[in-house]
Design a protein around this ligand. Structure first.
Ligand SMILES: C[S@@+](CC[C@H](N)C(=O)[O-])C[C@H]1O[C@@H](n2cnc3c(N)ncnc32)[C@H](O)[C@@H]1O
Length: 225
């Protein structure tokens, strides 16, 4: 999986790129590259945004600047990019990320993520360069960097080699193994704390009973959700 993130704040990803599951995914062949949009602006003084036509607060990311950054990275007209890779703009009003969407994106060979800032994107970026808009929830953050990291985290941890234990990403909340339900409860030592005892079945060593108990708890949580 190749992920390119177009951002005005590439330094935000320095910490993220050093996290274990991310370094594991990168060591296993994935790639995460940040492109600083400002490095490619054709405008003076590093300008990347401008005031909105029609008035109003805030600044809008310019379409010519985004085009220059995409052209510099891919060497093609960005209107043709969506044919070869998924170009996703982060936007609060986009398609809301869920496990099915993550699985869909994790199966792609390459993703391009566009992080907005300020008032967001000139609409022509969304109309002509991005094939889709993705939201991490119906609330507004200051920029697309955290949403991009949320997406990268969710996608990369699904890739082979990212997690220490391969089953970790298979049998967890919303997975097929759990019929799309939330995960069952976990317990660890001590077996009793302040009189709160771990369910006996988990101490029984009886794998089939434990499997059934977990599936039942998971179904209960799904029914209550
Ligand atoms: C302050 S927001 C712009 C909000 C925009 N004016 C609106 O009302 O929808 C700046 C940027 O942060 C990103 N962003 C903020 N909240 C987000 C969310 N919930 N999901 C995805 N991206 C988000 C987007 O890239 C957006 O362009």
């Amino acid at each position: 999986m190749e992920i390119d993130v177009f951002t005005l704040f590439p330094e935000w990803f320095q910490w993220f790129s050093t996290q274990r599951h991310v370094t594991n995914a990168l060591a296993a062949g994935s790639r995460l590259k940040c492109v600083n949009i400002r490095d490619h602006t054709p405008l003076g003084a590093g300008q990347v945004d401008d005031t909105p036509f029609g008035g109003g607060a805030g600044m809008v990311l310019r379409v010519d600047v985004m085009e220059a950054a995409l052209r510099a990275r891919y060497g093609v007209d960005p209107i043709d990019l969506a044919r070869t890779r998924r170009v996703i703009a982060l936007a609060p009003a986009g398609r809301v990320l869920d496990e099915a969407y993550v699985a869909e994106l994790a199966a792609e060979p390459a993703l391009t993520l566009l992080c907005g800032r300020y008032e967001g994107f000139d609409e022509r970026i969304l109309e002509h360069f991005a094939g889709e808009t993705l939201s991490i929830g119906r609330y507004v953050l200051s920029g697309g960097e955290l949403p991009a990291m949320v997406l990268c985290d969710a996608v990369l941890r699904r890739l082979p080699g990212a997690l220490g234990h391969e089953r970790s990403a298979v049998e967890e909340s919303f997975s097929e193994d759990l019929e799309g339900n939330p995960e069952y409860p976990h317990y660890t030592r001590p077996a009793e704390h302040r009189g709160w005892r771990v369910p006996e079945v988990l101490l029984s060593g009886h794998h089939e009973r434990i499997r059934r108990w977990r599936l039942e708890r998971s179904r209960e949580r799904g029914a209550g959700a």
